[in-house]
Design a protein around this ligand. Structure first.
Ligand SMILES: NC(=O)c1ccc[n+]([C@@H]2O[C@H](COP(=O)([O-])OP(=O)(O)OC[C@H]3O[C@@H](n4cnc5c(N)ncnc54)[C@H](OP(=O)(O)O)[C@@H]3O)[C@@H](O)[C@H]2O)c1
Length: 325
């Protein structure tokens, strides 16, 4: 495993997204023992960068990590997120990045994670009701108190990134970025490069789609992120299958799996990028972390970069409204 720096924070080149162990997919939360084995195997393989959020569950994903990382806390760069739960009463899925809400959120996350500090603490979505300067100021206080080491944003647009960074350095922006979701390349990426802010692509496997393993959407249950998602519905889904086939063809040529190709393409986009593929299975964490060693040719990278755009938006309308691009 190689390691890179997101600004001052050293992380494994490939991290592990823990969300799906508890939340977001049809079979999330069904096998805690395998999830814990997956986390431990990831650490053995040199993965140090583990991603969660208070909204995952809510709460149960952080609790799972607290149990799994007992006695191993020092081996990981632990990232969590605030701002998707309003602790003032409105509850989950209500944006609140006010300083008072962040204070409450961090205490809960620290307790659940069983730690006295979070290495990278992201605002999960930009809160239109709280100036980003106030949010950044609140995180800066947590940094000064030692409860947080570094500040991150998620799905923030260029202006918000600049304003936040002017108050407290932003270490990383975590946003959706993969072969079929490239919207941040034009406006966000140049700002990250200019300000020396790392990029953490979430859903680097396109919520599993780019692995080629999803050929039908029939089994997605309500509550699965992909259920009713425009890219995983009807004609869009059928058209997108061709994209997955292209990735599969390049994988066959490269002697790799499609998941590894999707990750290797991301790694080739810069050494300031640390994707966090999500899995709750040991054999897949082994497969995904091995992408670090896959070298694609210039021609293969070109082909992948020239794939046609995905059919359909990344999110349903409600989810889309929370994105700032
Ligand atoms: N900031 C945000 O707003 C945000 C949003 C979404 C996610 N995230 C973070 O990003 C992480 C990753 O995103 P994600 O989980 O949404 O999407 P992803 O990493 O693109 O894909 C995960 C899905 O792919 C499957 N999968 C993983 N490796 C595979 C392989 N080698 N072959 C076949 N299938 C494979 C997983 O199933 P199994 O688990 O069954 O293997 C899961 O269903 C999350 O865990 C979370 O920490 C952040």
């Amino acid at each position: 495993m190689k390691y890179i720096k997101l600004r001052e924070l050293e992380v494994s080149r490939i991290g592990l997204g823990a969300m799906g162990m508890s939340h977001g997919y049809t079979d999330s939360g069904t096998d805690e023992a395998e999830s814990i084995r997956t986390l431990h195997r990831a650490l053995e393989l040199g993965v140090t960068f583990i991603d969660t959020a208070e909204i995952y569950g809510p709460y149960t994903n952080e609790e799972l990590l607290g149990r799994a990382l007992k006695g191993r806390r020092d081996q990981v760069v632990l990232a969590s997120k605030f701002g998707m739960i309003s602790h003032a009463g409105a509850g989950p899925w209500n944006l609140d990045s006010s300083p008072a809400n962040i204070r409450t959120a961090v205490e809960g996350s620290l307790k659940r994670l069983g730690t006295d500090h979070i290495d990278l603490y992201y605002q999960h979505r930009v809160d239109p009701n709280t100036p980003i300067e106030e949010t950044a100021g609140a995180v800066a206080e947590l940094v000064a108190e030692g409860k947080v080491r570094a500040f991150g944003l998620s799905e923030a647009g260029p202006d918000t990134i600049r304003r936040a960074h002017a108050v407290h350095p932003v270490t990383a922006v975590q946003s959706e970025y993969s072969l079929w979701t490239r919207g941040l390349e034009e406006r966000v990426r140049p700002v990250l490069r200019e300000l020396n802010i790392g990029l953490v692509p979430f859903a680097p496997l396109g919520h599993g789609f780019l692995t080629g393993k999803i050929r039908s959407t029939d089994d997605f249950k309500e509550g699965d992120f992909r259920y009713g998602n425009p890219r995983f519905t009807g004609e869009n889904f059928q058209r997108n299958l061709r994209l997955a086939d292209e990735v599969q063809a390049i994988a066959a040529e490269a002697g790799a799996t499609p998941a590894q190709v999707a990750l290797a393409w991301l790694l080739a986009q810069g050494d300031d990028i640390a994707p966090i593929p999500g899995t709750k299975r040991v054999h897949r964490v082994e497969e995904n972390t091995a992408a670090d060693g896959i070298e694609l040719t210039a021609e293969q990278l070109d082909k992948l970069s020239s794939l046609p755009p995905a059919a359909g938006e990344t999110h349903t309308e409600a989810g889309r409204q929370m994105l700032e691009r």
